[in-house]
Design a binder for this molecule. Structure first.
Ligand SMILES: [Zn+2]
Length: 243
């Protein structure tokens, strides 16, 4: 059965329409059961204008009818994290500090949210259908591996490796399959299916083409010159034929 995920947009979110493209995403392991939006009731309380956990928790709506509630915002969170976990299977993700990195690297903004939807689904399944609190257990690793469980704590720019064709690294696969803490193991078939779907999280056709052009500029110039020359020749032949 698919994990039911509800999304809530908290406060003003720049590039909202880009992020809402996530509604079109098809997955066989989770389904988005609804998206609503909320305004902030209070202000930040951290020394650097961030929202500390106790404060942001007051802003989160209750998780009434979904397996996981993901709240998307654009304010800085505690300890400069971009994802924080809360009670009742609620997770808060912020685009603060992340949008610029993604835009600069031509990565669609909703890829970051998709990465979370997949990692949260696997965590939920591996923990006996619940999302533990941050204080209970850590799922991420500090070194970036292009894995959906990359921490990206030291350098947020490393997020680019896990938002374009992300993977689940071998050690994360191993800990999901052989979970010694809860004895709730994730079915291997679910991981294989997830890995297949993660390949679809990419830059999109337009930026794939521009990437290729940047990588092979000389070949691109030669090909486009040849194409232009061929069009010229063909049009000349047609002109001569009908003259
Ligand atoms: Zn990993």
């Amino acid at each position: 059965m698919k994990v039911k995920i509800k999304l809530c947009i908290l406060g003003h979110l720049p590039h909202l329409s880009e992020i809402l493209k996530i509604e079109e995403w098809n997955s066989s392991i989770f389904e988005i059961t609804g998206i609503n939006s909320l305004n902030f009731a209070g202000c930040s309380d951290g020394p650097n204008w961030e929202f500390l956990d106790n404060n942001i928790e007051k802003e989160l709506p209750p998780n009434a009818d979904a397996d996981i509630l993901i709240v998307v915002t654009n304010v800085p969170l505690q300890d400069d994290y971009f994802v924080r976990r809360f009670s009742d299977n609620r997770i808060c993700i912020t685009y603060s500090g992340m949008s610029d990195i993604l835009i600069f690297n031509d990565i669609p903004l909703n890829n970051l949210l998709l990465r979370l939807l997949y990692s949260a689904t696997l965590v939920y399944k591996s923990q006996g259908n619940r999302i533990p609190l941050l204080s209970e257990i850590k799922f991420t690793h500090d070194d970036p591996r292009g894995c959906i469980f990359d921490m990206n704590g030291a350098d947020k720019k490393d997020i680019v490796y896990s938002t374009n064709k992300p993977e689940i690294c071998n050690s994360c696969v191993d800990s999901l399959i052989n979970n010694h803490v809860t004895n709730n193991t994730v079915d291997e078939a679910l991981i294989v299916e997830t890995q297949k779907e993660l390949k679809r999280i990419n830059k999109g056709l337009y930026f794939k083409i521009t990437d290729r052009i940047k990588k092979h500029p000389i070949i691109t110039i030669i090909i486009s010159s040849l194409v232009a020359l061929s069009i010229d020749l063909i049009s000349h032949v047609i002109y001569e034929h009908f003259k």
